[in-house]
Design a protein around this ligand. Structure first.
Ligand code: UD1
Length: 421
């Protein structure tokens, strides 16, 4: 297990490129199971979660090549329809194979994802939708088994707009007989990216990017190519790296339309932002950070995947701010670790109340999940002295070599390989 050693307090400068979106790739990759042939996924990030998905797909018979961020998936010879526990326990997004497998092959056996580091994460909406489309769902020794002769279009209403359930339902409905309406669908850009890939394969989808998506099933889909959208969470994290270190940096490649909730909160906090199609420049030199509350919400609201990083930033605000997570009410594993760095936080149910301090102080801290580790790195960049962030395998799941990107910006951060961390 590697760790990061950060000598904090350095100003950052220069430009940094955003990679492809993890959450888009994890939906696009299994979508290739819907056709037979060679699909090219451009701008695929080199992340551990992508490699986990590749292992899962390979074990089903998918052949691949992956270089220069171009991932080619050849889905001609699929011979297994199972997502085993060893992959699903590492990455919940493995559940994305359920929809495409049952739609195209009439059978899928997927390990139940179980809980995760920050509490229960049910898949009831995924299963409800598969049943509505005509799949028979049974459970056997910790596995979900879905089978169907031919899925049939239906009206599907989600009580909560779930990204994963919307993606899975789309991937099933495109090959179902007849029309499907998904009401209260997730509107996240990663779902739009998936819809566009499906459309390129020959799927008929209306209402892309809205909360009511209509799918007219087709008999078969053909291979296609797609550009993975830039990672809005990585872009947001890098912008906060600039903000928290009182620096002036330029983030290249983020899509501003995907980032408005984060950009406007950064502006409210006093940062100066300049953006155009290609880049977003942030300048927080000499500003007094204003305390700004955030409440997470579905897109285009403030993403739950950014609340930990926002808390790290608000720890240096002049005054008190509140961060409320309404999507995952238990997602606060980073709190005790941030406290070790000098952050003043009091929890009240799903709200963290952060009283800004003048300085953070370096310490040894433990990553507990992906975005929690990002918040610790950000706090470490701003803290006085040395911060050691242990168990960075969490951050490697979703950020492509973040320490190299931060080093390019002038941060003093080193990866130390080792086993005892
Ligand atoms: C995706 C993202 C994750 C992000 C999350 C919320 C991927 C691979 N992961 O996760 O990074 O934090 O969206 O933006 O894209 N829910 C149910 N039943 C279900 C499914 C979800 O109750 O069957 C609930 C969840 O507990 C949560 C809410 O719906 O409270 C949203 O979760 P969802 O959008 O499904 O998250 P994921 O797709 O798992």
């Amino acid at each position: 297990m590697d760790k990061f050693i950060i000598h904090g307090g350095k100003k950052l400068k220069g430009t940094v490129q955003v990679s492809g979106a993890k959450n888009a790739s994890l939906a696009l990759m299994p979508a290739a199971l819907l056709n037979s042939g060679r699909n090219k996924l451009y701008n695929t990030p080199e992340l551990n979660d992508v490699y986990t998905m590749l292992k899962l797909l390979s074990q089903m018979g998918v052949k691949f090549s992956f270089s220069n961020h171009i991932l080619e998936l050849n889905t001609t010879e699929i011979n297994s329809f199972e997502a085993p526990y060893e992959h699903v326990k590492k990455m919940r997004a493995s559940i994305y194979v359920l929809g495409p497998l049952v739609a195209r092959y009439g059978y899928a056996k997927v390990s139940m994802p179980g809980g995760c580091a920050w509490g229960p994460r049910p898949v009831n909406l995924h299963l409800m939708a598969m049943e509505k489309l005509g799949a028979e769902i049974t459970f056997e020794q910790g596995y979900i088994i879905a089978s169907a002769n031919k899925l049939k279009g239906n009206y599907i209403n989600f009580d909560i707009p779930s990204v994963g359930a919307t993606g899975n339902t789309l991937m099933a409905a495109v090959l179902a007989k007849g029309n499907t309406i998904i009401n209260n669908a997730a509107c996240e850009p990663e779902i739009t990216n998936l819809c566009n890939f499906l459309i390129k394969m020959g799927a008929k989808i209306e209402g892309v990017g809205t909360s009511i998506i209509e799918v007219e099933g087709v008999d078969e889909l053909h291979p296609a190519d797609i550009e993975t959208i830039p990672d809005r969470i990585e872009a947001g994290t890098l912008l906060i790296a600039g903000a928290i270190t009182r620096s002036n940096i330029k983030v290249i490649g983020g899509i501003t339309n995907h980032l408005h909730s984060i950009l406007s909160k950064l502006e409210d906090s006093g940062c100066k932002l300049f953006y155009n199609k290609e880049s977003i420049e942030i300048n927080s030199e000499n500003i007094e950070i204003k305390p700004i509350d955030v409440t997470t919400a579905v897109f285009p609201g403030f993403p739950t995947d950014m609340q930990a990083q926002w808390m790290a930033y608000m720890s240096l605000a002049v005054g008190t701010s509140n961060v409320t997570d309404t999507i995952y009410k238990d997602r606060f594993n980073h709190v005790p670790e941030l406290v070790r760095l000098g952050v003043d936080i009091v929890m009240n149910e799903n709200t963290a109340r952060i009283v800004g301090v003048e300085k953070l102080k370096g310490a040894k801290v433990m990553s507990t999940d992906l975005r929690a580790s990002a918040s610790l790195v950000l706090a470490g960049l701003a803290a006085e002295g040395v911060t050691e962030v242990l168990r960075v395998y969490h951050i490697d799941r979703g950020y492509q070599r973040i320490e190299e990107k931060l080093k390019e910006l002038g941060a003093d951060i080193e990866r130390v390989e080792g086993s005892e961390y």
